[in-house]
Design a protein around this ligand. Structure first.
Ligand code: ZN
Length: 254
């Protein structure tokens, strides 16, 4: 069983009627419903968490029972408590998968785990996007086909100031001419991270069955096969506990 927590700042949905119309129960509900719909094998346990909950919805208890987290945020990145960000990062290092969506590129957690500005170009013109599958054998591309067409999207363009992806699954082309690395994988510690570009609160992109399929595939890809729970420990090993006897030659002895 893969325990999935779908996290959302859930702010636009409370304030803007246009967003409420597309995501009346919040973006998190659309993403969670998509995961449940595709989980015909009964392998996922999906719950949601939002910024307004205690501990920003990400208490030790929630994190301790999460194998993969999806992250959507846009206008409230700075409202996420730094202590929460540190907890999420630590859990990723131990093995939790993290799927960062769209404007999550500027979230504290993504920038912390990447260590770079994660900046990009953008434009809201409702233009067409084509995501090319450039690694058709990758588990995240399973069942997706050569490309995904989105009729109306916000543009994200290069340069995207991320560390070089360890694996890349999709590259986007936009009607206006820009391109963008839109499906990228990294490993940080024992955790797998996937950044997936499509989204935006005023387009119904998370209701799109193909986009839901990619997120579903990514959840399975990012799920830890084993945890490295003491990855942050840095124990001292005294000479008398070394695996082999040490013939001291005068180096410092404490
Ligand atoms: Zn956006």
């Amino acid at each position: 069983m893969i325990r999935v927590t779908v996290w959302n700042e859930n702010v636009h949905e409370q304030k803007h009627p246009a967003v409420q119309k597309i995501y009346p129960q919040g973006i998190h509900t659309a993403i969670a419903d998509g995961l449940r719909r595709l989980d015909t094998a009964g392998q996922l346990e999906v719950r949601t968490a939002t910024l307004d909950q205690p501990g920003n919805g990400l208490t030790d208890e929630v994190l301790g029972s999460t194998d993969v987290m999806t992250w959507w945020g846009h206008c409230a990145h700075d409202k996420v408590d730094d202590k929460v960000v540190a907890r999420v990062a630590a859990r990723v290092h131990q093995g939790m998968g993290l799927i960062v969506l769209h404007s999550g590129h500027f979230s504290k957690i993504f920038k912390r785990l990447m260590g770079t500005p994660c900046a990009l170009k953008w434009r809201e013109a409702g233009e067409r996007e084509r995501l090319w599958t450039i690694n058709p054998a990758h588990p995240i591309a399973r069942g997706i086909g050569p490309c995904i067409e989105l009729e109306h999207t916000e543009m994200y363009g290069e340069p995207f100031s991320i560390p070089e992806p360890e694996e890349q699954v999709f590259i986007s082309w936009f009607e206006g001419g820009e391109v963008f690395r839109s499906g990228n994988c990294w490993r940080r510690g024992n955790g797998r991270i996937f950044y997936f570009r499509p989204g935006h609160e005023t387009y119904p992109i998370y209701h799109n069955p193909v986009i839901q399929q990619v997120i579903h595939n990514a959840v399975h890809w990012a799920a830890p096969s084993a945890w490295w729970s003491d990855i942050h420990a840095a124990p001292n090993v005294p000479a008398d506990q070394a695996p082999e006897p040490i013939q001291a030659t005068g180096a410092s002895v404490h």
